[in-house]
Design a protein around this ligand. Structure first.
Ligand code: AMP
Ligand code: ZN
Length: 116
């Protein structure tokens, strides 16, 4: 847990979020500034800064995080038509919150993978 991390504060219940799914390892909630009709974030409860922070000890959790992301997408009703999952890493990846998170974007065609 990081005392300054906004997502750790959501995990701790110190700031509110519209939660979708929670278990002992991961939490999913709606993005506060949705970029699509459905925009959710799925995070590990443990504070990991970004994908590059994952170690071999995190393999089980990372597999669980990915499987639960698909579960959350099904719960949100976007699985049949499809959705975009996105992990931004550090500055060039456009990461703004330094706690690993997977974006789920759906509810409309999300368009090209990167700006052209
Ligand atoms: P990224 O650019 O990949 O780091 O994405 C961070 C995401 O976190 C953005 O889409 C923000 O809108 C979202 N976000 C920031 N603060 C909150 C919050 N308190 N609750 C929900 N989503 C948030
Ligand atoms: Zn954190």
């Amino acid at each position: 847990m990081s005392n300054t991390c906004i997502f750790c504060k959501i995990v701790a219940g110190a700031i509110p979020a519209k939660k979708i799914y929670e278990d002992d390892l991961v939490l999913a909630f709606h993005d506060i500034q949705p970029q699509a009709p459905v925009h959710a974030l799925v995070i590990p409860k443990r504070h990991l800064v970004c994908l590059d922070d994952l170690g071999t000890e995190d393999r089980d959790m990372a597999g669980h995080l990915l499987e639960r992301t698909a579960h959350v997408a099904r719960e949100l009703g976007v699985s049949q038509n499809g959705y975009r999952t996105l992990i931004n890493t550090r500055q060039h990846g456009g990461q703004e919150v330094d706690h690993l998170h997977i974006h789920i974007l759906g509810g409309k065609p999300i368009g090209p993978m990167v700006c052209r």
